[in-house]
Design a binder for this molecule. Structure first.
Ligand SMILES: [Ca+2]
Ligand SMILES: [Ca+2]
Ligand SMILES: [Ca+2]
Length: 235
């Protein structure tokens, strides 16, 4: 009888550690930057993602991830966006950036593309969530993280792993369609270049998500409790 219970518990434990609930790391499925002074031109196939917030035309980057390989019922409890510098120039000893999630939705306003925007079609004028100057449309975007450097220029190839804090926004954005777009804006106004690798380069943008472990552990323990209760009733 003890042996039977041990086997039952083992089965329950195996269910708890199902690989469907592991961390997921994916690289971007589409990425592009846009350029205020060439508002109808697409910059989706270049090797850099550019962000700039100075008199020299403003640039912003859109980065989309597809997480359909992850179990759709699993909540995200931790999310990290990794970007790697590829070109830094103009004595960029400091720079700062904001990351936004594009909200879940099908309509982002007149003339705007959907969440499933085309990498070779997205521009300043049709990007979902874009707004004038260095702003975004607050009805369609949510701030989820920030990163910066100061006191020296990072070398090309430096990785920035950005912890994304607004997990509710990320969970909301992937609901139903399993795609999430992040938008990266530069916030300082130094007229310097601080650019990151696109997926057409090496060191593609990368998203790592961690699932809700507590829920799975409780389900597993609940299963064990049920087995024990059944055993007691049978005795
Ligand atoms: Ca691209
Ligand atoms: Ca979505
Ligand atoms: Ca690549």
């Amino acid at each position: 009888m003890k042996k039977l219970m041990a086997i039952s518990m083992l089965v329950a434990m195996v269910a708890v550690t199902s690989p469907a609930f592991s961390d997921l790391t994916v690289t971007s499925e589409a990425d592009a930057f846009m350029y205020a002074s060439a508002a109808d031109t697409n910059y989706g196939t270049g090797t850099q993602l550019e962000m700039k917030n100075s008199g020299s035309p403003i640039r912003k980057s859109w980065i989309r991830f597809n997480i359909s390989t992850w179990d759709s019922g699993t909540a995200v409890t931790s999310a990290t966006l990794k970007l790697t510098t590829v070109y830094i120039s103009g004595t960029t000893s400091s720079a700062s950036f904001n990351v936004y999630a594009l909200n879940n939705g099908t309509d982002f306003g007149s003339g705007r593309l959907s969440e499933d925007w085309s990498e070779t079609g997205i521009t300043w004028n049709n990007a979902p969530g874009n707004a004038a100057a260095n702003g975004l449309d607050a009805s369609y975007t949510t701030h989820v993280g920030s990163f910066s450097w100061s006191g020296g220029e990072p070398a090309a190839g430096t990785e920035f792993s950005v912890t994304l804090s607004d997990l509710a926004a990320i969970n909301d954005s992937r609901n139903g369609d399993d795609i999430v777009t992040f938008i990266v804006l530069r916030t300082d106004t130094n007229n310097t270049n601080a650019f990151f690798a696109s997926r057409e380069n090496t060191n593609d943008p990368e998203l790592t998500l961690t699932p809700e472990p507590a829920t799975m552990t409780l389900l597993g323990l609940g299963g064990i409790g049920l087995l024990i209760r059944r055993r007691r009733r049978a005795q």
